[in-house]
Design a binder for this molecule. Structure first.
Ligand code: SAH
Length: 187
C-alpha cells in the first residue's frame, strides 16, 4: 500500500483517499491482473495509483483539470501510469465511450450519481463490481436507492478510522472523517 504522506496534494483537489480505505476498496473489488477498472472522480489519484499496480488497465476521469494534473504527477512519482488513461470530463459523459468494465469506482459524482450509475450498469461486465465512496449522508442514500432500482443487492459499510500518534506521555488517537463504502456486484 502507498503511504498517505507520499502523495502530492493540491489545495483544490480532495484526496488522497486514506490508506485504510484504499485497502478496503481493494479487497472489496476483488481486483485481478485481467481487470479493466474505471476510477470516476480520481482526485489526487489515490485509488488510481493502487489499481494501476494490480489491474490490467485503469481509466481515470475527473471534471477538474487540476485533479487530472495531480493524478498524473502522482503516477509519475510512484513509477506507475503505463496502463492508465486520464480523461478530463464529467463521468456521466466520459463513461458513454468506455465499455467492457470489470470494476467501477465512483469516488466523486457531483450531482450526477444516478446518471453515472445508469451508464456504469450498461457498460459493466457480468460479475463486474461497483464501489462508491460517500461522505455525504445524501450520497449514501442515493447510491443505495439507485443500485436497488437497477436490480443490484447493494451493501454498505461505514468506516471510522483512528490512527495513533505516539507521544512522550502516551498515545493520542486521531480520527479521520467517517466514510461509507457502498458495493454491488453484477450477476
Ligand atoms: N479518490 C480520490 C479522491 C476523490 S475526490 C483520491 O484518492 O484522491 C472526488 C473527485 O471527484 C474530485 O476531484 C471531483 O472533481 C471529482 N468529481 C466530482 N463530480 C464528478 C463527476 N460528475 N465526474 C467526474 N469527476 C467528478
Amino acid at each position: 500500500m502507498l503511504d498517505d504522506k507520499d502523495f502530492i496534494k493540491s489545495w483544490d483537489v480532495p484526496g488522497p483517499t486514506k490508506e485504510a480505505i484504499r485497502a478496503i476498496i481493494l479487497y472489496k473489488s476483488e481486483v485481478t491482473s485481467n481487470d479493466r477498472v474505471v476510477d470516476c472522480g480520481c482526485g489526487t489519484g489515490g485509488i488510481t495509483c493502487e489499481f494501476s499496480q494490480r489491474a490490467k488497465e485503469v481509466i481515470s476521469i475527473d471534471t477538474n483539470p487540476e485533479a487530472i494534473k495531480v493524478t498524473s504527477k502522482n503516477l509519475k512519482k510512484f513509477g506507475l501510469g503505463d496502463n492508465v488513461t486520464l480523461i478530463n470530463d464529467d463521468g456521466s459523459q466520459a463513461l458513454k465511450d468506455i465499455s467492457d468494465i470489470d470494476i467501477a469506482i465512483v469516488g466523486g459524482s457531483g450531482r450526477q450519481l444516478e446518471n453515472i450509475l445508469d451508464v456504469v450498469d450498461e457498460k459493466l461486465n457480468s460479475k463486474g463490481r461497483i464501489i462508491i465512496t460517500a461522505i455525504l449522508v445524501d450520497t449514501k442514500v442515493e447510491a443505495i436507492n439507485k443500485l436497488k432500482d437497477l436490480g443490484y443487492n447493494p451493501k454498505i459499510m461505514e468506516v471510522n478510522v483512528s490512527n495513533g500518534r505516539v507521544l512522550d506521555r502516551g498515545v493520542l488517537m486521531i480520527s479521520e472523517n467517517p466514510i461509507a463504502i457502498i458495493t454491488a456486484k453484477k450477476r
